[in-house]
Write a protein that binds this ligand. Sequence first.
Ligand code: GAF
Length: 367
Amino acid sequence: MTAASGVWSAPGRVNLIGEHTDYNDGFVLPFAIPMRTTVAARPADGPQWTVRSRETGETIVIGESDLAPGAVTGWAAYVAGIPWALRDAGHRPPFLDLSIASDVPLGAGLSSSAALTCAVLAALVDLGGLDLPRDEWPALAQRAENTYVGAPTGIMDQSASTLCRPGHAMFLDCRSGDREHVPFALAEHDLAMLVVDSRAPHSHADGEYAARRASCESAAATLGVAALRDLAEADLPAACAKLDEVTARRVRHVVTENGRVLATVEKLRGGSVTGIGPLLTASHASMRDDYEITVPEVDTAVETALAAGAYGARMTGGGFGGCVLALVDADAVERVADTVTAAFAERAFNQPTWFKAVAAGGAARDE
Ligand code: GAF
């Protein structure tokens, strides 16, 4: 590939709180991380998109006949889904040669998929001079994932990857699209966000995610609401009485998690950062006991981080493995990480990796 016409990138994200609430029209509070997927792009010679991946070493050619859901599979589907969704929305995306590299860990619950779709989208919109306001990027990237790839995600990850701002978490109402960039500069408070990648093998994660989503939709239908977002905590006893025991717990997670997002935003607005700790930990308990999406590795990471002095800790992302975040004193990051690593060794789990997460910015043109 000769010199690129430009380089675009989009980040992964850590979700501070608000898990499995997005597809229930609820609230989320993610922040973008500095790890990004980068796309170097230049106009193609013919009517196709030639995509080279640094990570897999593969080159895939996507032709116009591939712009049909399911025509391309694997990682390249996340690329092909973007020109498909753009055309479907009436745009004329340019044919490009794309060279892709990423330092967002795969399968770690840090939204590597949205980083890929959103970086490709940024390149196509910019180089094609397409009239697509940034506010509309999340829904278009979500449609690529939902309909082209067939992954039934909500809108959180694509929103975080395109709209987050450095030094802020993004409080997003997934029904209205309203958002507030909430200051989240932990270093100013002598705090840090430790993120531990449990490296637990993800088994059946896709099927379990789809099952949770289906269960929420069927509960909403039974209860006569448009989405579980429409239930308040006070409604829970009457609502749960109409549901089987497992579905009642799924509903309780979603409803209480929405409340915890609102409470977390209130604490942050009031400058009480350590005050969010118990909310993070309660979110984890709800994911473990009610939504049943945690695994022993992430439960161990949370328990160990709390015992080592974290103010709060929880799994982040879709679940069944992936990462745990722990809010800790700035000078305690390594000590807490080492304690978690030792606990994993004792239990013969995979050795975890970790990093300190700071809130970064969304998709951008880099060069
Ligand atoms: C995954 C999905 F892609 C998001 O839409 C969200 O549902 C999340 O899991 C759980 O909160 O990242």
